[in-house]
Design a protein around this ligand. Structure first.
Ligand code: FPP
Length: 240
């Protein structure tokens, strides 16, 4: 018998796209080739999420901690970002996708930063799906920045500390417009959160895939969605 139970679709998915380097090593290729193939996977998973009605997709493309990588790898990743933004411009605009970004965008090299800001501007009124790139991003740093901004308001006598609650704190985060994370996917078999969306992942469902990111296909996304749909989310309550 066909199961006709409607799938519950997560509103916001975050993906830690891990395993590009190991994918490259397993194909006897340089690490950068893994990142190139990773960008191809980004393209297909963005389209697949759009087709499946996901409202927000946040991709962990470069962490604040990734700056310690060898300079040539960083250069290649930044150049890939620029190439991706150029080649995906039409896909993003034609599919009604709004591009946004979180992280220390000022630290990005000029050329990809400009391409990013331009496409964010151009796509700002799109409503089909929000694609957020986490670039030079760290979850703890995001929380510290929000705490600092609130402390400044308190020090200036503009805010009563008693008024600081979960809602006000959420509104002070750079990722405030993305909403809570519902499903966090990490590829490559690693079981870590690695400083990604720490605040908004408070009640997210976790899904770990053994596939390296370049091997992650829409069928793998569907497995993650099926798993999400089978979860009983209780948010501290006793559930259905
Ligand atoms: C983690 O794999 C991946 C990254 C740090 C970069 C992710 C970048 C891409 C998927 C491509 C470019 C992105 C866009 C948005 C165009 P890793 O290098 O840590 O792999 P390893 O753990 O196997 O070494």
């Amino acid at each position: 018998m066909i199961d006709k139970t409607p799938l519950s679709i997560p509103r916001h998915i975050g993906i830690i796209m891990d395993g590009n380097g190991r994918w490259a090593a397993s194909h006897n290729l340089p690490r950068v080739a893994g990142h190139k193939e990773g960008a191809v996977a980004v393209d297909r998973i963005v389209t697949a999420c759009r087709e499946r009605g996901i409202r927000v997709l946040t991709l962990y493309a470069f962490s604040l901690q990734n700056w310690v990588r060898p300079a040539p790898e960083i250069k290649a990743l930044m150049s890939l970002l620029g190439i991706y933004l150029k080649s995906e411009r039409r896909t993003i605009l034609d599919n009604d996708i709004r591009l946004t970004a979180i992280g220390d965008l000022d630290s990005l090299p000029n050329s990809p930063r400009k391409a990013l800001l331009d496409l964010m501007d151009e796509s700002a009124s799109n409503t089909g799906m929000t694609l957020c790139l986490a670039l030079s991003y760290g979850g703890r740093e995001e929380i510290v920045a929000a705490a600092r901004a609130l402390a400044v308001r308190v020090a200036a006598d503009n805010l009563d500390p008693a008024a600081i609650d979960i809602d006000l704190f959420s509104e002070s985060l750079q990722s405030r417009n993305l909403g809570p994370l519902d499903l966090l996917i990490r590829t490559s078999g690693e079981l870590r959160i690695s400083n990604f969306l720490l605040w908004s992942s408070a009640y997210c469902e976790l899904y770990f895939s053994d596939k390296m990111w370049p091997d992650f296909h829409s069928s793998d996304l569907d497995e993650a969605l099926a798993s999400f749909s089978s979860r009983n989310r209780r948010f501290g309550g006793i559930g259905k």
